[in-house]
Design a binder for this molecule. Structure first.
Ligand SMILES: NC(=O)c1ccc[n+]([C@@H]2O[C@H](COP(=O)([O-])OP(=O)(O)OC[C@H]3O[C@@H](n4cnc5c(N)ncnc54)[C@H](OP(=O)(O)O)[C@@H]3O)[C@@H](O)[C@H]2O)c1
Length: 298
């Protein structure tokens, strides 16, 4: 474990690592690393006290797990989604400072508004996790223009706007980590989710291009690509299977579990672990990291 800066807190050199982590967290000073890999991330300079992360879709599911993970790693974490109550619940579960900003990330001006608030209260965003997403399931010929557009707006255009807004400050400071929560649907096509799949393939293209463009700037851009994760989004998919097929909830859940080689759903924490890997390393760039128990081998 390494300590980057002690700020106002006096820390004896022989303090045990457990106690040290507590001291740093209680002091809300995001200045330590929990392992050696994390040391690859450049350290703040110029007296800035906080390392700042922004997580979209942080109200539940994967976004909540990612927010908790970044918080436990010492980041001050800004949380955004539409439902303020869910964001406040996530904030309660975080161990460090949080900032709650409710917004529809697809609304005109919303991305600027969220970043503006975070920057004015805490300074530049060093870690962006573009996680907010929605899914829809329908046969191709029954996919409406509205559903198609909604998939593109939330899953593709919003991450694009967030990345576009985050990059100039990251490049200016010479450090930044961008992680998009995509899906294995960014890598393969499955029936009945054409609009979702198109949006996720698109966002992986965005990640790859941005990574290539920013490779020399100290900013990395990666995606994590989970299979079915045990979150409210998957609960909704299960409810959809029940409604459409008349199967029981247990049977519907088993169908999704059996799509994974492991025979179980991925946990939100496992996805958060992969996100943290992308934050902690500086050599992995432009990747779409599958978090699926080996279902898609690419
Ligand atoms: N669950 C899976 O099996 C799975 C698999 C692969 C990839 N993913 C991807 O992982 C990400 C998170 O999924 P999840 O399973 O955690 O879903 P979830 O449980 O439904 O959570 C989605 C989050 O995104 C937010 N969100 C949705 N639309 C938004 C909008 N217009 N503006 C702002 N926030 C919005 C939601 O909050 P509000 O409703 O309050 O806005 C919520 O906080 C998504 O990108 C999804 O595509 C999920």
């Amino acid at each position: 474990m390494r300590v980057a800066r002690a700020t106002a807190i006096a820390i004896p050199q022989d303090t045990s690592s457990q106690v040290l982590q507590r001291v740093v967290r209680v002091g809300c000073v995001a200045t330590y690393r929990s392992d050696d890999t994390a040391a690859a991330m450049p350290r703040p300079s110029g007296g800035r006290a906080r390392r700042v992360a922004l997580v979209t879709g942080a109200g539940r599911g994967i976004g909540r797990a990612v927010a908790r993970r970044l918080s436990s790693e010492g980041y001050a974490v800004a949380l955004t989604a539409r439902h303020e109550g869910q964001l406040r619940e996530t904030a309660e579960l975080c161990s460090g400072p949080t900032l709650v900003h409710a917004a529809d990330i697809t609304a005109a001006g919303a991305v600027d508004e969220v970043f503006g608030r975070v920057e004015s209260e805490w300074g530049p965003v060093e870690v962006l996790v573009a996680n907010a997403g929605v899914g829809v399931s329908a046969r191709l010929e029954r996919t409406s223009d509205e559903d198609w557009q909604r998939m593109l707006d939330v899953n593709l255009t919003a991450p694009f706007r967030c990345i576009r807004r985050a990059v100039p400050r990251m490049v200016e400071t010479g450090r930044g980590r961008i992680v998009v929560v995509a899906s294995v649907a960014a890598k393969i096509g499955e029936p009945y989710i054409a609009a979702y799949t198109a949006s996720k393939h698109g966002v992986l293209g965005l990640v790859r291009s941005a990574a290539a463009e920013l490779a020399r700037t100290g900013v990395t851009v990666n995606a994590v690509c989970p299979a079915y994760v045990d979150t409210p989004m998957t609960d909704a998919s299960i409810a959809g299977i029940v409604a459409k097929t008349g199967r029981t909830e247990q049977q519907a859940r088993a169908i999704l579990e059996n799509k994974q080689p492991t025979g179980r759903l991925v946990s939100a924490e496992a996805v958060a672990e992969a996100v943290w890997f992308c934050v902690a390393t500086d050599t992995v760039n432009g990747q779409g990291i599958n978090v699926d128990g080996g279902a898609v081998q690419s």
